[in-house]
Write a new protein. Structure first.
Length: 96
């Protein structure tokens, strides 16, 4: 998981470094990449959430702007995790 978090940070930094991309476009590209890599089981949910919580992901104006464009994806992942936990709790109570 730390390696995956660091991979996401590297992607974010690379996109911030592309002068031709403004932060909004770079953030949209990063969000799309993360969603696709998650869907392909390349990145785990925990790694994306860990990246989101890492202070380095919001260090500086450009990094923070790119990170912000990924908020919807991260919130969706966190809500999906909560729903999975709720489903697990319901399954446990059904077994009793």
């Amino acid at each position: 998981e730390p390696e995956q978090r660091d991979f996401v940070l590297a992607l974010q930094r690379a996109l911030v470094g592309v002068r031709a991309l403004e932060a909004a476009r770079a953030g949209t590209v990063l969000a799309a990449l993360l969603q696709r890599l998650y869907g392909l089981d390349v990145l785990e949910e925990e790694a994306i959430v860990a990246w989101w919580g890492d202070e380095r992901a919001a260090a500086g104006e450009a990094m923070a702007a790119v990170r912000e464009r990924c908020r919807v994806l991260v919130e969706w992942l966190e809500n999906a995790e909560e729903e999975d936990d709720d489903d697990d709790d319901e399954d446990d109570s059904d077994d009793e």
